[in-house]
Design a protein around this ligand. Structure first.
Ligand code: ATP
Ligand code: MG
Length: 419
């Protein structure tokens, strides 16, 4: 019986893989799907907690409760030690992450006959940029959560290396591949020498030529697009009457940031926003902001922006329609607007590819293939930026939501074999 698994605990989506003699496979976790939204919903109606697709459905069905997304972004941050209030109970974020991991472990156990006891969990190159202490704290926090969730043996593997192990399953000859995993929270890269023979070796340290990453992903693109389009209609840069000032910009920044939205529902913040409304020269805008916060519609607003972003991967124009229950706004958004909003992030992603080449001591023409995984690699402008950094390599689109978990499963089978 397989009791070791790989967990891709993603900012936006999570998946669980296992590996046996037939190779790695993803387990159906919910409604037959292997990839589930990293989402929780605490109901105010019946005190139950829902996970994944169920959490999403209950929030969007307007059930009263507290909805949480992008909890991975809290690891290593100053927000991790805060708690979130659900009715009268305060939840620590460590408990919340543990509850989500327990949900994955239990669902995996239903497929496997018993919950897995050993796990390799994926981690980005950096949970926190430029702060090794915070980064180490993030891994410890995730490990503690996995232990609370019932795992006994816990190891970590870098997400871009896991994705490389998955890519290697499909190569026929030796080559140097750049693996680019652009997800919801981070962009991760590895340069790896892959081959069918090398895949069988247990020590791959010599084949990992370099890896790095940066804390930029699809959730940042959502924020940048929201700030450029919908937030001005809610009062971003809107003047106040008396002091010659604008409405404080941090409300809009937090409202556009998946893991910060919940903090805006604090009664103290609502009181402050009511004060801003009294002082506003454009009260109709601040009223929209207040309505979104009072009704707990921040995630619905940002989900509308995310949906427009995704539509713009295949269309030049997307219409964002927010009904009266959210903010009563209809906006046309062009692909050019999205590209302008994310341009600086794309430059930073490109700089990381140059950095991984430097770490590996390689020139771009040494890379023969680029393996793309992570949902944000579906964005044409993201692909173009990657392709421009390694112009002679062929681009290969992997399973955007399953590669990391499959690679972690391969790794788990090797590490926990016969133990
Ligand atoms: N077709 C698409 N076009 C643009 N973006 C997309 C598309 N599909 C998904 N995304 C974005 O991809 C992101 C999620 O990708 P993914 O599931 O790979 O991330 P993750 O693994 O949860 O995050 P991370 O690895 O950074 O922790 C979201 O920001 C989502 O909006
Ligand atoms: Mg990912």
């Amino acid at each position: 019986m397989t009791l070791a698994c790989g967990i891709d605990f993603g900012t936006s989506n999570s998946a669980v893989g296992v590996c046996d003699a037939a190779g790695p496979r993803l387990l159906p976790i919910q409604r037959g799907a292997a990839s589930v939204p990293t989402a929780l919903f605490f109901s105010f109606d019946d005190d139950s907690t829902a996970f994944g697709h169920d959490a999403l459905d209950r929030y969007f069905a307007r059930e009263p409760g507290r909805y949480l997304r992008a909890i991975k972004s809290l690891l290593g941050s100053e927000l991790f030690d805060q708690t979130t209030r659900v009715k009268l109970k305060q939840y620590a974020f460590g408990e919340i992450i543990a509850a989500f991991l327990r949900f994955l472990r239990t669902a995996a156990g239903e497929r496997l006959g018993a919950p897995p006891r050993s796990v390799v969990i994926g981690r980005p190159a950096f949970f926190v940029d430029d702060d090794p202490t915070a980064d180490a704290a993030a891994e410890r926090q995730l490990e503690a959560a996995a232990r609370t969730a019932g795992f006994e043996r816990i190891a970590f593997q870098f997400e871009p290396i896991a994705a490389a192990l998955d890519y290697e399953q499909r190569v026929n000859a030796e080559e140097i591949a750049l693996v680019a995993d652009i997800g919801g929270g981070t962009s991760d890269f590895s340069l790896v020498r892959v081959s069918p023979e090398r895949a069988r070796s247990s020590d791959r340290r010599g084949d990992i030529l370099g890896f790095t990453g940066v804390h930029i992903g699809g959730t940042d693109f959502d924020r940048q697009l929201a700030l450029a389009t919908v937030m001005p209609a809610l009062g971003l840069r809107s003047p106040l009457r008396r002091r010659g000032l604008d409405a404080p910009s941090w409300y809009f920044f937090d409202l556009a940031t998946w893991h910060r939205i919940g903090f805006l529902y604090d009664p103290k913040v609502l009181t402050q926003v009511r004060g801003v409304l009294r002082d506003s020269a454009e009260p109709e805008k601040i009223e929209r902001l207040l309505r979104v916060l009072e009704q707990g519609k921040g995630h619905a607003l940002l989900a509308g922006v995310e949906a427009a972003k995704i539509e713009l991967s295949s269309a030049d124009l997307a219409t964002l329609r927010l009904d009266g229950s959210v903010a009563d706004i209809t906006l046309d958004i062009t692909r050019a607007q999205l590209e302008t909003a994310v341009a600086e992030s794309l430059q930073r992603i490109r700089a990381r590819i140059n950095e991984v080449l430097r770490i590996a001591g390689l020139t771009p023409d040494a890379v023969s293939a680029v393996f793309l995984t992570g949902g944000a690699t579906r964005m044409p402008s993201v692909r173009e930026s990657i392709a421009a950094a390694v112009p002679t390599a062929r681009l290969i689109a992997g399973d955007a939501f399953g590669s990391v978990a499959a690679g972690l499963a391969l790794d788990a089978a090797k590490r926990f074999a016969q133990r």
